[in-house]
Design a protein around this ligand. Structure first.
Ligand SMILES: *[C@@H]1O[C@H](CO)[C@@H](O)[C@H](O)[C@H]1NC(C)=O
Ligand SMILES: *[C@@H]1O[C@H](CO)[C@@H](O)[C@H](O)[C@H]1NC(C)=O
Ligand SMILES: *[C@@H]1O[C@H](CO)[C@@H](O)[C@H](O)[C@H]1NC(C)=O
Ligand SMILES: *[C@@H]1O[C@H](CO)[C@@H](O)[C@H](O)[C@H]1NC(C)=O
Length: 628
């Protein structure tokens, strides 16, 4: 025995000292955070809560929020129920959590996409370089290997264009610059840089249709990301992130708009040969070939082509206007910008058509990430990224809603709003537990139900049932109250099933049979529990063992025997009477006086009258004794 415990200690102790303990601590660090939802039916989900401020309720566009909260890109550990793609309704109530799909590793750019003509949810994970395509039954339809993070993959875009036949992804091209490039910034050795690029993939084969790199196209001298100077930047062990591409779109001709955060520039790239046709520098403004009339932007994100009106190309960007480095801000707050560009004139012109201000006002920045979405009704949905702050604005810019995650430690890469119908391919879930209600002084059953992702349910029907699922006896109905609905039924139901009912009253889903957790001891000995156990026995046919068999039969049998004996007695009496009567008639019993027939109850009288005659007396007295 001592050997064993010594062995145990020597094996377990080193294990405890190793990093897994640290990992577990990291993972569970936020488990009890008040800013997270938790659910009985889905303990693996801990969706972040929202603080929602709806300023114009009548103007808010119906739809669902699509966000993918994460703590940080390059997270060292997975989260525990809060990191991944999430859908919320317009009040911040959870509709779907997909944290299981990416195993709680950061998901980026969770949105609706047109994939080969079909509406799909898509997102990308940096850790594995995978693109996820999920349909509205929450079935993972495709997982595309987009590359390897840090080698040839950069997680900013998984952007399906037009009819969904192609998708744009960003690539990371980490290598030493050319000697010329390095010398151009006064650096005499090799300068290792991230020469970000992009590729256009055929969404049928996932083979590239077009590939582009910034190497030898965007010079190192264009970078404004230079904290610590050129020496420090070029000696960065990971490589100098000198250009940092973050979004790419195509114009009406198929040429590309490319946003580079660390040069504060938007590039127009030719679809034919990849040459840079022109560059719109957000900080240099009116200098050179552009007339920008006061337009300034920096550290911008999410360039999107919005159309060509015959004279001008319209694009939108999130002008972050500030980064996390030392470069000073280019505007007092971040804003969404619509910019009209005319590049076929000298000088080229760029004008602000509309600006959407950060809802939290002056001094409020999205210093990294973020996006600008135009809704089908013309409203604008902005993702400000930090704490996943997002806002909706009317076409003319009026703020109608603003929401921020309650968890300060989480943000999102982008935020979107879509109309959406979620119809899960899996059944809803129910969890049931019994407890002693002191108030009602009996055992009650508490049932929680949910259906991760279902948008169409209006209410729930609750049934008690057996372990076979039949029969189903309806015991309760309740309107759906949120992601998870709880119901309490006064009584004990050992097995339950819940049905999801849609807005038209149709049953659209049914849970598996949920066995109620054993009631605690104090709730075990109640009439409700006894009644339920009796009912279960009845349903299982166990009661047949005793029901129908007459447990009181011995008593009843003795009664019928008595009845027989009674009739036997009556007949004997009659026979005896006739015998005596005959004997008397023949003169053998002259001295005996025969009584008339007496009521049986009148025993004493009969005995008295029979008097000293032993035979009839014995007969009648035996009859009474046996019949009693
Ligand atoms: C809601 O937003 C409006 C407009 O920005 C602001 O004036 C108000 O203070 C906000 N309310 C809360 C509770 O944050
Ligand atoms: C950069 O490094 C070179 C040598 O590698 C040195 O001569 C030069 O002074 C450094 N520049 C700065 C600004 O530190
Ligand atoms: C195109 O849009 C620009 C910017 O809003 C505007 O100045 C121009 O007049 C428009 N052109 C046409 C043909 O509508
Ligand atoms: C609950 O029922 C028990 C058993 O009938 C009884 O002794 C007890 O007083 C009741 N308690 C309440 C709070 O009614």
């Amino acid at each position: 025995m001592p050997t064993q415990s010594w062995l145990k200690t020597s094996l377990v102790l080193p294990l405890l000292l190793l990093s897994p303990l640290q990992s577990v601590a990291d993972i569970h660090h936020h488990d009890k955070d008040a800013g997270l939802f938790s659910y009985v039916t889905h303990p693996e989900i801990k969706a972040p809560r929202w603080k929602v401020n709806i300023t114009e309720p009548d103007l808010v566009t119906p739809g669902y929020w699509f966000v993918a909260p994460f703590e940080r890109i390059d997270q060292p550990e997975p989260g525990n129920g809060w990191i991944g793609p999430h859908i919320y309704d317009g009040n911040g109530e959870l509709v779907w959590s997909g944290v299981h799909l990416n195993k709680n590793w950061d998901a980026i750019d969770f949105k609706m996409s047109n994939v080969r003509g079909q509406d799909m949810m898509t997102f990308v994970t940096q850790r594995d370089g995978d693109g996820f395509i999920v349909d509205n039954s929450f079935t993972l339809k495709e997982k595309v290997d987009l590359g390897t993070f840090g080698v040839d993959f950069n997680s900013h875009e998984f952007y399906f264009n037009d009819d969904g036949s192609e998708a744009i992804v960003l690539v990371e091209d980490r290598r030493d610059s050319s000697k010329e490039q390095a010398l151009g910034i006064g650096y005499e050795k090799d300068c290792k840089c991230l020469f970000d690029g992009f590729k256009v993939l055929d969404t049928k084969t996932w083979k590239p249709l077009f590939e582009w790199t910034s190497f030898d196209r965007i010079s190192l001298s264009e970078s404004t990301f230079l904290d610590g100077g050129v020496n420090t930047s070029c000696e960065d062990s990971w490589g100098w992130d000198y250009v940092h591409l973050n979004s790419v779109d195509r114009d009406q001709n198929g040429d590309f708009y490319v946003s580079a955060r660390h040069t504060d520039s938007i590039y127009k790239v030719s679809k034919d040969d990849g040459r840079i046709m022109w560059r719109l520098h957000g900080r240099q403004g009116d200098e050179g070939e552009w007339d920008m009339k006061g337009l300034r932007f920096s550290r911008q994100h999410n360039v999107r082509f919005r159309g060509f009106n015959g004279t001008h190309e319209l694009i939108t960007i999130l002008d972050n206007a500030n980064g996390q480095d030392k470069q000073h801000s280019s505007h007092p707050f971040s804003r969404g910008l619509t910019i009209a560009i005319k590049a076929d004139v000298e000088p080229k012109t760029a004008r602000i058509v509309q600006a959407i201000d950060h809802p939290l006002g002056e001094g409020s920045y999205a210093p990294r990430r973020g996006n600008y979405q135009v809704l089908p009704n013309g409203h604008i949905f902005m993702g400000w990224s930090e704490q996943a702050t997002q806002s909706e604005h009317t076409e003319d810019g009026k703020l109608v809603m603003q929401a921020t995650l309650a968890t300060e430690w989480l943000g999102t890469y982008r935020s979107y709003k879509y109309p959406f119908v979620g119809q899960p391919a899996y059944p809803p879930k129910a969890a049931s537990a019994a407890y002693m209600s002191e108030y009602r002084n009996t055992t009650s059953t508490m049932v929680h139900v949910s259906w991760n992702g279902a948008t169409e349910i209006a209410s729930w029907n609750l049934y008690k049932t057996t372990e076979t699922g039949s029969p189903m006896i309806k015991i309760f109905s309740k309107e759906k109250t949120g992601f998870e609905t709880s119901m309490v039924w006064e009584g004990f139901a050992a097995y339950v099933i819940a049905e999801a009912i849609d807005k038209s009253g149709k049953v659209v889903g049914r849970t598996n049979i949920a066995k109620t957790l054993e009631p605690p001891e104090d709730a075990m000995m109640s009439a409700a529990v006894a009644e339920e156990l009796f009912w279960l026995q009845e349903m299982r046919g166990e009661n047949d063992g005793w029901r129908g068999k007459d447990v009181y039969a011995p008593v009843e049998r003795s009664f019928s025997v008595s009845l027989l004996i009674f009739f036997f007695g009556v007949i004997c009496s009659i026979v005896a009477f006739i015998v005596v009567w005959r004997l008397r008639a023949k003169g053998y019993l002259r001295g005996v006086r025969l009584p008339r027939y007496q009521a049986l109850a009148d025993q004493e009288m009969a005995e008295e009258e029979v008097g000293e005659q032993p035979f009839p007396k014995r007969l009648s007295s035996r009859y009474y004794r046996d019949g009693s």
